[in-house]
Design a protein around this ligand. Structure first.
Ligand code: HEC
Ligand code: HEC
Ligand code: HEC
Ligand code: HEC
Length: 368
């Protein structure tokens, strides 16, 4: 942020002095810009600003001021791509303005269908999940007493618990061998696949008193949600879970086989069964709606990136219709401070891979 503010101040000062090399004063010569594009950029960015591969950002219809600043950032070392650093080091200020003007003036691109990307990830997730479905049921809907359902489970919880089995830190012999060799991207896709399912309503458990369980569950709602649907992707949903599994899981915490402070309070078997009876008949819902969650999170980003009024800041890039893979890469770079922008960095530390994926999917599917 400091960086940007400073830039704006500098531009204003320079403008006040009427300096010749002030980029704000330079007017883009689109013909000259086109010549540079043909000679130096088209191989990768196309003449129309459409990247030649998925890691190359689209430049068409991007904010001209942002393109200028992005090139300055490569030239001055704030962004680290070697080819771009080298190329921009050899460009004059006028070249930079001309080429920015050229790409900014290209018409917005037709969206590449992101639906296809989503569907591919879902199909791959389903393929990994097939080895789990033999026990956990088709689509993760368990039909065997004592076997947990994975359908509709919170995706980060699914990932972390699967990884705990994989590394052996959460018991359950046999699982470790089965999970051997699964890459974390496979686990992520598998988790997204299960999270996107929802289980049909269960018959009441053959034990326990759901009404009495509901009263006790008041202690649990803070984390697990009022009816067992948590709002936190790290905290598991309990709604619609197999009741026998719920009993054994709650007891595992009480005897400290599993770790959760909130569950160490001693409870009678009857109380535990009541809780399980209550949660097992709550409605299960899918916990991943790709489009929706990306869209919800994007509201915060749109304040700067897609303002409804006409006050778009000149140096804030448009994200709509940008290459999905490039968006993911850019956000991860901000997160790990490989790309210099303290404000975007601060914001992105809160976003895990799954949220970044959802945001990138959402923006890539928007019309630019
Ligand atoms: C060898 C392939 C290649 C060539 C040639 C190339 N670029 Fe790029 N360009 C890339 C890649 C890859 C990125 C993303 C780099 C990153 O992650 O920071 C990029 C990023 C950019 C960005 C930042 C876009 C954004 O949304 O932040 C601008 C601006 C840009 N290039 C302009 C140009 C211009 C102008 C030329 C010609 C002078 C050019 N590039 C030539 C591959 C190329
Ligand atoms: C041989 C049967 C079997 C197979 C195959 C199997 N699991 Fe399990 N899984 C279980 C059992 C039994 C439990 C309950 C263990 C416990 O109480 O910790 C469990 C528990 C889990 C849990 C914890 C659920 C929760 O709500 O905490 C996750 C996550 C999980 N399995 C993921 C997977 C994945 C992913 C696969 C496929 C790669 C898989 N399992 C394959 C039997 C199986
Ligand atoms: C302070 C927050 C918090 C409260 C309050 C809380 N839990 Fe949890 N619960 C968690 C977290 C976090 C986990 C996941 C821990 C893990 O990875 O083993 C969890 C896990 C569980 C599990 C295992 C689910 C599974 O799929 O394996 C059950 C069952 C459970 N809680 C039941 C309850 C019940 C019943 C109550 C109320 C008596 C309760 N919890 C109160 C945070 C909480
Ligand atoms: C307060 C304003 C502001 C907010 C809010 C904001 N951004 Fe940004 N964003 C910027 C600015 C300014 C830049 C350009 C920084 C640079 O040059 O690296 C940027 C750059 C980016 C880029 C790089 C784009 C490119 O073409 O290289 C991505 C991706 C991005 N933001 C994503 C997001 C997401 C996702 C959110 C919401 C979680 C968000 N931003 C919220 C101001 C904002």
């Amino acid at each position: 942020m400091k960086h940007i503010l400073l830039g704006v101040v500098m531009l204003t000062l320079l403008a006040a002095c009427g300096s010749e090399s002030d980029p704000a004063e330079l007017v883009a010569d689109l013909v000259a810009g086109k010549a540079i594009a043909e000679a130096d950029c088209a191989d990768c960015h196309g003449m129309d600003g459409h990247g030649a591969s998925t890691d190359i950002p689209y430049l068409a219809a991007q904010s001209e001021q942002y393109l200028v600043e992005a090139m300055h950032a490569y030239r001055d070392g704030g962004r680290l791509h070697p080819a771009l650093q080298d190329m921009t080091a050899r460009m004059s200020e006028a070249d930079i303005v001309n080429i920015a003007g050229y790409y900014a003036s290209q018409p917005a691109l037709e969206n590449v269908s992101n639906q296809q990307n989503n569907e591919a990830a879902y199909t791959e997730g389903a393929a990994v999940a097939a080895i789990c479905e033999t026990c956990h049921g088709e689509k993760g809907i368990s039909t065997e007493a004592g076997m947990p359902s994975l359908a509709g489970q919170q995706p980060i919880y699914l990932m972390t618990s699967t990884q705990e089995y994989q590394t052996g830190s959460r018991g359950h012999e046999g699982t470790q061998d089965m999970l051997e060799g699964l890459e974390s991207v496979d686990i992520e896709k598998m988790a997204m696949y299960f999270a996107a399912q929802s289980a049909p309503a269960r018959e009441p458990a053959p034990f326990g008193d759901a009404v009495a369980g509901e009263a006790t569950a008041a202690d649990c709602g803070k984390c697990h949600g009022a009816r067992g649907i948590s709002n936190d992707p790290m905290v598991p949903n309990l709604a619609g879970q197999d009741p026998v599994y719920l009993v054994s899981a709650i007891k595992a915490y009480q005897v400290k086989e599993r770790d959760c402070e909130a569950l160490t309070t001693p409870r009678t078997d009857e109380q535990v069964e009541n809780l399980a009876a209550f949660y097992s008949i709550q409605k299960s819902v899918a916990s991943v709606h790709d489009e929706l969650s990306g869209k919800e999170m994007a509201v915060k980003c749109d304040r700067c990136h897609n303002p409804t009024s006409h006050e778009r800041k000149l140096s804030v890039p448009s994200l709509n219709g940008q290459s999905h893979d490039y968006l993911v890469k850019a956000m991860k770079e901000y997160r790990q401070e490989d790309r210099d922008n303290s404000m975007m960095h601060k914001m992105s530390t809160r976003y895990n891979d799954e949220m970044i994926e959802a945001l990138a999917t959402y923006y890539a599917a928007q019309k630019n």
